[in-house]
Design a protein around this ligand. Structure first.
Ligand SMILES: [Zn+2]
Length: 124
């Protein structure tokens, strides 16, 4: 019979009037889809789920094949979902634990930092 819950376990990105945009998480949903494009030619790496390393390897190998191609655009794609805004806990209801979000954003930023750290090593 308490009403002190403001939905702190669900991190919303944007709140509308009755809709909330959240990151889609769950079984089978990748935390990130990684890809990289060569900025010198039209070459594009395959896409890999949850792992930036194959993309980084692709960029290094592409630069070995084409020594003048040293600048890449690294991309990380994620799924977002718009869900109905949770009802305010005015009445007692059974909590539904969805586990929508975690601190994935910080992890992705670390991965991007590590990825970009590889690229300056290729220039000279
Ligand atoms: Zn290229």
């Amino acid at each position: 019979m308490t009403n002190d819950d403001d939905g702190g376990d669900r991190v919303s990105i944007v709140r509308g009037a009755d809709r909330v945009l959240v990151e889609e998480r769950g079984p089978g949903v990748p935390e990130g889809i990684f890809g990289v494009d060569c900025m010198t030619c039209e070459a594009t790496s395959p896409l890999f789920d949850d792992d930036p390393l194959p993309v980084a390897v692709w960029a290094v190998q592409h630069s070995q094949d084409q020594p003048e191609h040293t600048l890449f655009l690294a991309r990380t794609e994620r799924h977002w979902r718009v869900v109905p805004r949770p009802e305010p806990p005015a009445e007692p209801s059974t909590p539904r634990g969805g586990g929508v979000l975690g601190p994935a954003f910080v992890g992705l930023m670390c991965l991007l930092t590590a990825l970009s750290g590889l690229l300056p090593a290729l220039t000279y």
